[in-house]
Write a protein that binds this ligand. Sequence first.
Ligand code: ADP
Ligand code: MG
Length: 626
Amino acid sequence: MSDIIQLLPDHVANQIAAGEVVQRPASVVKELLENAIDAQATHIKLIIKEAGKTLIQVIDNGSGMSVTDARLSFERHATSKIKAAEDLFELNTKGFRGEALASIAAIAHVELKTKQEEDEVGTEINIEGSEVISQEVCVTPKGTSISVKNLFYNIPARRNFLKSNAVELRHIIDEFHRVTMAHHSIKFDMYHNGSEIFNLPISNCRQRIVNIFGGKTNEKLVPVKEETDLVTISGFIGKPEYAKRTRGEQFFFVNNRFIKSGYLNHAVNAAFEGLLKDKAHPSYFVYLTVDPKSIDINIHPTKTEIKFEDEHALYAMLRASIKHSLGQFNVAPVLDFNRDASMDTPYEYKSKTAQTPTIEVDRNFNPFKEEKVSGSGGGSFSGKSHASFKKESAGDWENLYVGLESEMTTTKPTENDFSSVEFESTEVTGSLFESDEKKVGHHTTYQLRKKYIVTTIKSGMVIVNQHRAHQRILYEELLRNITMASAVSQQLLFPLTLSFTKKEIELLTTVKEQLENTGFVFGELSPGEVEITGIPSVTSEKEVAQLLEQLISDLEEEVPDSGFSQTDLLARSISKSIAVRAGVELASEQQQYMVNSLFACTEPTITPNNKPTFITLTVDEIDKKF
Ligand code: ADP
Ligand code: MG
């Protein structure tokens, strides 16, 4: 048999290598920005069209390249940054593999214009799929401009794999954040589809972070500083009270390179121990400077993971210095030895938890309307208006029992058994509310541990999980509102202004229309701030910030692709945020509303996240236990 092994042609090898280096437009952005930084630029412009799918251009005022270098830069393993393997341990540049430009040129249309200070004219090179189309002399300012057009044009599978523009743009912005945060003494601008998204002047580290994440960030930051033989630590941590549900703002930089490290992240969390609410993540912007010899950057192709020589010591130092900062800036509780004993809590109050004073406002109160509900509300919903809670009230009990009764012989009710109940009850609640009021008392509900609602039915009992049930009820209501744009909005007396990062606002913009359908009314969406003038009637003003924060976090985690799933995600996220929690006492009317509305749902048995909303216990089952 003849020989069968052959060397792959360069353009094929490059395409394969490109798979490692270029996953999506954001990877190109990272490589080009890093090249510009390595070229000592002081001003770097990033221009994007259609989330990088049609154009990614980086213009810098750095060193530029000679004619020969310009041509060579697209060869694989062509780099000016290292000469020998030992240089890997003395790295002061971002790049060193000499792979990026070759890879990018293999899968896109690339146009390079570059000129060195001392040269009269510059060089322009056009490459398509590793093939040099043209090379000529051109007039161009000092520095380099690289345009990458039609990424993955020759690999349709990869192109189809790209996510929506909103998602790809988010990845690009992430990358832009990381690079710009590590280089505050370089000016950066970013444009998307012709409009400016970022304009970051040369500044100090703190200003750079504030410029990126918005004006309100400043007050949240606490500086961290530590210098040892092993490492210099600087940067900022977010005060614990600003910790977020999203993992968003967590950044480690090692020698000005963004890295990911679960181990160091653990060290930071350990320093925050006891200071954070459940599930909250602290923000941090931590810069470590170590001897390049003590790290190995080479272990990850995109260089976001590195190996430290002395990881344990680094862990301990990082934790200690953050603890120190938290203490020094009075953020952590400190031991006070000069405490005045007379200030101590009297013994009899010790075990009691302090009660937060509450103000109860009945937003539905209208002095000109006749009082219809007597003795409504148990006070436990203080501050929450829950219009939906009052709007429909207990009434439809007969239906409920009929539905359940036929079901009790089998194990769990299914959708069908209740679907007949659904529209009847939602549509006629108004009249039921008035005329059937007396009936309400006939069936008692009981709240167990402020968590479950227990009620009897002919064949036994139902135990409803209040939080989950409410989630289901709100979810269906929100879905209806979003799809039919029928929500009622409560106008705010004073517009609410919330601050978000540009990236977060970008995300909110993608669901703005749906949010408006739920009842949100937005004023101005300026960079860094969102003005809200109206909110859904099912929420209260103080829930809004948290609701939107949770929504952003959910949107970030669950990459939405189709309009349908996004609507669903939105309804799921919001219903989860505002559903009444365990621990909230419900007045009997509210309990009954809950049970009633739950069984009027299309799918009453489970939450939008597929968890059971109630269980039943038949008399038979109870009998068996005796
Ligand atoms: P690496 O950055 O790993 O060296 P690249 O493929 O990214 O590999 O770039 C190859 C070479 O091209 C670099 O080493 C550098 O000499 C040159 N180069 C790339 N981009 C620029 C730029 N914006 N300005 C000046 N030189 C550049
Ligand atoms: Mg490079």
